[in-house]
Design a protein around this ligand. Sequence first.
Ligand code: FEO
Length: 418
Amino acid sequence: MPPFQIPGKIQEMQPIEILHHVWWIGAVDGNKRNFHGYSRSPKGTTYNAYLIQDEKNVIFDTVDEKWSGTMLCRLAHILPLEKIDYIVVNHTELDHSGSLPLLVEKCHPEKIFVSPQGKRFLDAQFDTEGWPVEVVKTGDSISIGQRTVQFIQTPMLHWPDSMFSYIPEDRLLISNDAFGQNIASTERFADAVPRPILLQAVKEYYGNIVLPFSPQVLKTLEAVASLHLDIETIAPDHGLIWRGSEDCDFILNAYRQLAEQKPQARALIVFDTMWNATERMARAIASGFEDSGIPCTLLDMRVCHHSDVMTALTDCGAVVVGSSTHNNNMLPQIADVLTYMGGLRPANRIGAAFGSYGWSGEAPALIQNHLAAMKMDLPEKPLKIAFSPKHKDLAACHDFGARLAQALKLRCELPVSE
Ligand code: FEO
């Protein structure tokens, strides 16, 4: 069963019944590589939208505008569009609301449910005059026949407007961005995809999109736990659906761990280099980590993207950033990754800076300033070496890595070697 097949056209138009009278009517974009303009999605993405058929027929979220025809076609396989009664907008970012104007035009829904912030954002993004919008908050619920839909606001997960919809009769949580992954796949359920591939996609999504909102993730997990929701299916708006208590527990626990950001015994070295001097320093620093028992990931920003860095950082308790000095500054790719990383607000990391230079050597100190602004612990002064490192310089780099490894071990409560 090969994962990540891009579905054929005919298959693309079929709805999929994920639970009795609960349908997936989303879109699979196997060629999406630039996600929201800032993150890579190397396996494409999936926009999930759902239909529940009951006495009231309810749609939960829509898809990117580009895929509105696909969503409407899937929907039309199930019922005539004018039979849609309600639309629930769990999140107004355009990957989920982009097809809403067309859906409203075609379906003439009786009501559109949205959070208070969601109403403001809908009004700001679309011509909503005449739309039958009804604002809902945590604790509100609606009856749709045999089922109830309970609303739970989840601000900043991913935007201030975000909310979950919980259907107790189906033990179904429609979770919007939370618990999603950027995967374009024929499979609809997480249990059909090898777990390591899935976990990597979860980390990629979390590290690049959800990370700055980790405190809110922990609050949301607490709030969901306090509601004692019985959850058998978690249906996010991107990627694969988690079914069964084992898979639901897996993703809830994965989110808890990702949000807690406890120190992890792995180092990430990120560098850019002009004449390979800084790269040689990076390799020597890596050997210092590795000889001290700390595995190391090296990312060369000449070939990597800033979103690769944030994915790798989800596994790393230390980040060491190096750049040649160029025009009294750091190289542009390093400025890019530091700006991006700063916005994503990683917590509980050790940081360090290094680099080769010719005559001025500002880059390592500038990098250190960025890491300090991210509130990282900085146990070492920036390490800089003039021109090409000699053997003694590489030995100093090795020792620099070894000392950082010891500092990381102390945070990870691992035995520290002499
Ligand atoms: Fe998938 Fe925040 O949108």
